[in-house]
Design a protein around this ligand. Structure first.
Ligand code: PEP
Ligand code: MN
Length: 456
């Protein structure tokens, strides 16, 4: 399948793209990216497609998580390890407590471009005057600092993001194959959890059960210890900045098919899923497993049209719908969409993003989300799929491995007054480590109650 040129894509009217002031610099950056090696291999993408096909059949569950926006400064060993650790802990809780295989996908090694509701940002300065500058569009595009220089889109950042993603993936690959992710380390991941915290103890109890199960398997001679040693972990990000995704789309020498080798899984955001738009066009041409965010304005026919364009052969595992209706809308808005897609016999994986429909600005001025709303949307997602006989296939969350204070509530009962303590996100608020693990235990309970899928 051929890939349109960048010029053709832009001519389609591409939403949410930066306006670069220096076209020569942009061309140079794209040419540089075209010479860089792939970050992931086509065969790895195919393996992930096969795993997501199991999710579409109701046999596995996806855990996709990471920052709303990665930052170049955030690419440190501690930060990457902490994110990986919380995802591994959540996956263990979901796998063991619910006895479902979990497909692990990080929102990392490429999650650097952000769609914005406004092209500009206005701030009131200490002297009372107002200053308006271009909006921050992620480290792939411009700087977070609120100065005119920093907010100019700089194409060199695309190359910087490639390098940062390569460093991140290199570390992740070392962690997941080099022993850190070994199931026999389940206790170690929990070492620095506050001693005696209810959640830490609940996790410890589960980890002890896993130890016993593994000792038993070893004693009776089943289970290959090597199987415990490594895990499969995949990268993902929103395919937003066309220059980056296009430059990293390559024809696979084995199959002759194009793959976006910037990540295993890429998705189309809520603001760029126009059927005749550039993002849908580009992603319709690549062979990776892909996702589309579906917000509350999605009609059943929108979903069918997207599936027809993005997965015309109805290949299981190719297409994931990531629904993000909001806690107040999911119970009414999701059923007609799921019903029609199921009635057409479309093989899609359904996963729930309980973050993006539940944001609001707190009285303190911080963008936040309530843990209870997040949970309520996930519960609504399970209820809807359970009542329709479809499979609630996964969870897509914004989280971090650190003890930030960005979302309200949870067992620590974070309040608006707490948000200022450690609010570090440069974009949307993330669940912290405790909130993330808490969510995993609650979702494991929901999963245990969900019947096996009724689809073939
Ligand atoms: C996001 O995932 O950070 C995002 C912007 O989501 P959505 O496209 O669903 O609004
Ligand atoms: Mn976000």
């Amino acid at each position: 399948m051929s890939i349109p040129t960048l010029e053709q894509l832009h001519a389609m009217g591409a939403a949410q793209q930066p306006t670069y002031p220096d076209p020569d610099a942009l061309r140079a950056a794209v040419e540089k990216l075209r010479t860089m090696p792939p970050l992931v291999f086509a065969g790895e993408c195919d393996e992930l497609t096969a795993k997501i096909a199991a999710v579409a059949r109701g046999e596995a569950f996806i855990l996709q998580g990471g920052d709303c926006a990665e930052t170049l400064a955030g690419v440190t060993a501690d930060n990457v390890r902490a994110k990986l650790r919380v995802l591994l802990q959540m996956a263990v809780v979901l796998t063991y407590a619910a006895s479902v295989p979990v497909v692990k996908i990080g929102r990392l090694a490429g999650q650097y471009g952000k769609p914005r509701s406004s092209d500009t940002e206005t701030r009131t300065m200490p002297d009372g005057g107002e200053v308006t500058l271009p909006a921050y569009r992620g480290d792939a595009v411009n700087g977070y600092d609120f100065t005119p220089e920093s907010r100019v889109p700089d194409p060199q950042r695309l190359v910087d993001v490639y390098n940062a993603s390569a460093a991140t993936l290199n570390l992740v690959r070392a962690f997941v194959t080099g022993g850190y992710a070994d199931l026999r380390q389940v206790h170690t991941w929990n070492n620095d959890f506050v001693k005696g915290s209810p959640l830490g103890s609940r996790y410890e109890a589960l980890a002890a059960e896993i130890d016993r199960a593994m000792a038993f398997m070893q004693a009776i001679g089943v289970g290959d210890p090597d199987e415990f040693h490594r895990v499969d972990f995949h990268s993902s990000h929103e395919a937003l900045i066309l220059e980056y995704e296009h430059a990293l789309t390559r024809v696979d020498s084995r199959t002759g098919q194009p793959y976006d080798v910037s990540g295993h899984f890429v998705w189309i955001g809520e603001r760029t899923r126009q059927l005749d738009g550039a993002h849908v066009e580009l992603l319709s041409r690549i062979k990776n497993p892909i996702g589309v965010k579906l917000g509350p304005s999605t009609s059943p026919d929108d979903a069918l049209a997207l599936a027809a364009k993005l997965n015309p052969a109805n290949e299981p595992g190719r297409l994931t719908f990531i629904t993000r209706f909001g806690a107040g809308k999911i119970r009414d808005g999701l059923p007609p969409v799921v019903e029609k897609v199921a009635a057409e016999g479309l093989a899609v994986a359904w996963i729930c993003d309980p973050m993006h429909g539940n944001g609001f600005t707190a009285p303190s001025g911080y963008k936040t989300r309530n843990f209870d709303d997040v949970l309520d949307e996930v519960q609504g997602f399970f209820d809807v799929h359970r009542s329709l006989g479809t499979w609630p296939g996964g969870l897509h969350v914004e989280l971090t491995g650190d003890n930030v204070t960005e979302c309200l509530g949870g067992g620590e009962r974070l309040s608006d007054a707490d948000l200022a303590t450690r609010y570090e996100s440069v974009c949307d608020p993330r669940l912290n480590r405790v909130q993330s693990l808490e969510l995993a235990f609650l979702v494991a309970d929901m999963l245990r109650e969900a019947p096996a899928a009724t689809q073939a």
